[in-house]
Write a protein that binds this ligand. Structure first.
Ligand SMILES: [Zn+2]
Length: 313
């Protein structure tokens, strides 16, 4: 239980992307407002036993790199409580129950794209799944013969990864100039210091290596919130990208690219031929449409928040 004398949240006073101090508040709403209370009830059920009176949801934006971020973020004890007690839907069985053939195909597509990019024997590719969750990407990469390891904070997930043969490395002591590829899937929106973390990952890549960043696109959610000025007016889908406590960095295409630049990385524009060559499911009309459209909106349409960054050679 939390010590009631300690604050539940603390303030990030500088931009978590580029560390500059020139930030401004975009939006503020009390955490016990009707709209946010309803979201918490829908999202966490009855597991929230905290009184957030006096605390705000505060969305700030960096005037230098454009990153929007929650200025008030959970203190470590609250964070642990959220991920360990409030969020039971992240159990592995729940994820497995949600995933279908298309999801696994898409994972395979990403792994094949990586292998096609480097054009060397899969067993000589060193890859890191950073913040691996239930190690879905790492398992897929391993199935293709890649020399893959993972880094993760959650102990139960670390134990799981080890049990299925994925070596786990310490996220705080990554080797330098080591990896051809680093996968991050829905990770950077959660990080307290995404700028520092990406710099660390960039240093762990070998020259010419790739890091994938895939995060929710917050552009529409922020626009709607600033228009309505009320969480109660947002749909669950709108709230997801800027979710209180969890998605504390609200990226757009531009701020994600700025984060890469700050870390000395360059966005890769993948060839459509390679993306299509790595895909499957073409003989089914429904999945064929998705397979055809996804590379276009994800890698050619310039507003995507799924980016492959290269460490310049
Ligand atoms: Zn910034």
């Amino acid at each position: 239980m939390l010590d009631s004398s300690r604050p539940l949240l603390f303030k990030r006073g500088q931009c978590p992307g580029c560390r500059r101090l020139s930030t401004r508040t975009l939006y503020r709403e009390p955490l016990d407002s009707p709209g946010i209370s309803r979201y918490m009830q829908d999202h966490y059920g009855r597991r929230v036993e905290r009184d957030f009176t006096g605390y705000d949801y505060e969305l700030a934006q960096c005037e230098h790199c454009g990153l929007a971020f929650q200025a008030q973020v959970p203190a470590p004890e609250l964070l642990e409580e959220i991920y360990d007690r409030w969020l039971p839907a992240t159990e592995r069985e729940a994820v497995a129950a949600r995933w279908g053939l298309d999801d696994y195909r898409y994972l395979a597509e990403q792994v094949q794209f990586m292998l096609d990019h480097f054009r060397v024997r899969p067993g000589s590719i060193k890859a890191l799944d950073f913040g691996f969750g239930w190690a879905e990407w790492a398992k897929m990469a391993g199935a293709y013969g890649v020399d893959v390891c993972g880094a993760e904070l959650s102990q139960v997930r670390i134990e799981y990864a080890k049990s299925v043969g994925i070596p786990v490395v310490d996220a705080g002591a990554l080797p330098r100039d080591e990896f051809h590829f680093i996968n991050t899937e829905q990770v950077f929106e959660h990080l307290l210091e995404p700028g520092d973390t990406l710099k660390t990952l960039a240093g762990a890549l070998r020259p010419g290596g790739l890091v994938k960043l895939s995060v929710p696109n917050s552009a529409k959610s922020i626009r709607k919130l600033l228009g309505a000025r009320d969480f109660g007016a947002l749909s669950p889908e709108d709230i997801m990208a800027i979710a209180p406590f969890e998605h504390i960095n609200a990226f757009t295409c531009d701020s994600l690219n700025a984060l890469g630049r700050e870390a000395g990385l360059v966005p890769l524009r993948p060839s459509l031929r390679k993306l299509y060559n790595a895909s499957s499911g073409w003989m089914e009309p429904k999945s064929a449409l998705k397979t055809l459209a996804r590379p276009v909106y994800r890698h050619l349409y310039p507003k995507s928040t799924f980016v492959y960054f290269v460490r310049p050679a």
